[in-house]
Design a protein around this ligand. Structure first.
Ligand code: TLP
Length: 346
């Protein structure tokens, strides 16, 4: 079988030998009865890392975000969110379908929105308007290019939210990356938010799983809705074991992914028709544009396959590359060589 260098996403990683052993040896029980000791251990561990009272294991990041929305809104409410965010763009319209909310989108700077922008978006208390209830943030920001949400801005947004009686949800699918790159502990990011979701199946390399953390009272509500959404699972300790293994072994190494992403970006900046700001690459995501005179992004993706490299065209001129634990430093060299052969040097 040919080994592709797969830069389409950090969701494509395969479990390592050590992780597979942890899966095989996991103690299990029926988690719908709350009796899976490995799931319970994972939930306690993540709650502790995020400095929250409780957390709940769910199958996906999408379900985690949607449960956070469902548990903290009423149908007809408005949720303030950034225009290129994951819950608004890539969750199948679930906010409207499952919670009956509408989003109020704010355009951010590489995904980052400011407290002052949010303040303007909060609806007056008048019966003409929907009720503004929740603010959703994303850290790191996927379509922003793996941008780290500045902690000072999160604090300012949280203080504004408290003042105006609003709740804050943080989509922290890649909060691990933000924390490793910034040196700011996970709980410091989480303390400003009522609910936080984190994913085990992205940079951390587990095959599946996300958690949602918050107060005991919130997680009690989330638990009920998880059942309603069909997310109650049984002997799921085999999956939680992979998550625990990932937390124990794969957080610190994220810095290698960040270095690889920076190296990719620096190399790409030398190539013809590539528009990129390497200094803006903060974590494991690289987004760049190719100019009109060059081939389009879909054709570039096809050409790169010939060099054994898979990339994600996210538009006619935009490409996203994501580094992860199945991509080595040598792979970055091979990838840059491929790009150079297709695009040429400046
Ligand atoms: N993102 C995936 C795709 O859906 C785009 C990817 O390849 O990056 N929040 C954020 C910030 C995400 O990036 C993702 C997945 C999710 C939530 C949803 O997670 P899953 O795929 O587990 O439902």
């Amino acid at each position: 079988m040919i080994r592709f260098i797969d830069l389409r996403s950090d969701t494509v990683t395969k479990p390592t030998e050590g992780m597979r052993r942890a899966i095989a040896e996991a103690e299990v029980g029926d988690d719908v009865y709350g009796e899976d000791p490995t799931v319970n251990r994972l939930q306690e561990k993540v709650a502790q890392l995020l400095g929250k009272e409780a957390s709940l294991f769910v199958p996906s990041g999408t379900m985690a975000n949607q449960l956070a929305i469902k548990s903290q809104t009423q149908p007809g409410d408005e949720v303030i969110i950034e225009a290129t965010s994951h819950p608004f763009n890539f969750e199948g319209g679930a906010g409207a379908a499952l919670s009956g909310i509408q989003f109020y989108c704010i355009k951010g700077e590489r995904g980052i929105i400011k407290a002052s922008q949010i303040e303007e978006a909060i609806r007056p208390k008048d019966h003409h308007y929907p009720v503004t209830r929740l603010i959703c943030l994303e850290n790191t920001h996927n379509r922003g290019g793996g941008t780290i949400f500045p902690i000072g801005e999160i604090e300012a947004i949280s203080r504004l939210a408290k003042e105006r009686g609003l709740l804050v949800h943080l989509d922290g699918a890649r909060l691990w990356n933000a924390s490793v790159a910034s040196g700011i502990p996970l709980h410091e990011y989480a303390r400003w938010c009522d609910s936080v979701s984190v994913c085990l199946s992205k940079g951390l390399g587990a095959p599946i799983g996300s958690l949602i953390a918050g107060s005991k009272e919130l997680i009690h509500r989330v638990h009920r809705f998880r059942k309603m959404f069909g997310g109650g699972m049984r002997q799921v300790g085999i999956l939680a074991a992979a998550g625990l293994y990932a937390i124990e072994h794969h957080i610190d190494r994220l810095k290698e992914d960040h270095e690889n992403a920076k190296k990719l970006a620096r190399g790409l900046a030398e190539l013809k028709g590539v528009k990129i700001h390497p200094e803006q690459v903060e974590t494991n995501i690289v987004i760049f544009e190719i100019e009109d005179s060059q081939i389009n992004a879909f054709q570039l993706a096809e050409e790169m396959k010939k060099f054994g490299v898979l990339i994600h065209a996210i538009g006619r001129r935009m490409i996203r590359l994501v580094t992860h634990l199945d991509v080595t430093q040598e792979d970055i060299g091979v990838t840059l060589e491929g790009f150079e052969r297709v695009l040429g040097r400046k």
